[in-house]
Write a protein that binds this ligand. Sequence first.
Ligand SMILES: [Mg+2]
Length: 306
Amino acid sequence: MDAEMRDRIAGCAVGAAVGDALGMPLEFGARVPADRLVRDMQLGRLPAGTFTDDTEMALALAESLLARRPLDPADLAGRFVSWLQAGPPDVGIHTRSVLSGVAAGQDWRRAVEAVQQRKPDSAGNGSVMRSWPAALAHWDGLDALLADSRLQSRVTHPHVECVAASAWANAAIYYLLRGTGVQEALSKATQAVDLPPALRAVVERAPSRQRHELKNSGWVRHTVESVVWGLLTTDSFAEAVVQVVNLGNDADTAGAVVGALAGAAYGLTAIPASWRAALRGEWPLGSGVYWDESMLIDLADRLASR
Ligand SMILES: [Mg+2]
């Protein structure tokens, strides 16, 4: 692994957390007017620079992958439950339903099946938001990368589009880490993953969308749309992330996903220093340990090393 790839691997992890933290104060808000875009870490429900559930769940996945590779879904489900039981301020409705079943003693498969059967169309962005650690753990093998990206989704989000979106985002990271240009990396990812037609159409149409057309809701299709739009209509880490989080609504989650991909594309050194310096978040929840950029870089390093 050369220095450039190392920089991209660190950029993916830090970029995801930075995008999450930048979007945190904008979550649930309306689209920010184009002439007043938020460009710095601001106070929201949490202090400025704090990452949220998107990064917390990614850290749970990362630690599961550090303990066991290939991914052990029961181990991952257990780590998610520990996180839920620590009382995170923000948990997706679907994720909470599934993990509550696991916490009550159900096997993860049964828990997730029961929730999905009640709401078969539920296809939120809760698994694509946290999928990047599987891309770093398997940066040297696309098949294993795709398998674990899909499996981590199935633990809470088995809908075909959630599973495909997780695999697609991580396939894009796989190519970006190798220095492939953004447009080519996204199209290679689309080829590598058999995207359901509706999701494929979203990916293909996204770059020509106008800002006011992007809903950026918690629906996985909307997140993928915002992310592709952000990546293909800008040419820097900062601009990609700024454009996406200022769409409001599920700003932190779309920010986390675009941050992971833009970080893999442009590398750690391209992420504004003031954002990196402001980054913080308690992990594990309730431990009193606050993570900063250096701990995320170290985690990315450990994930990517054999
Ligand atoms: Mg969040």
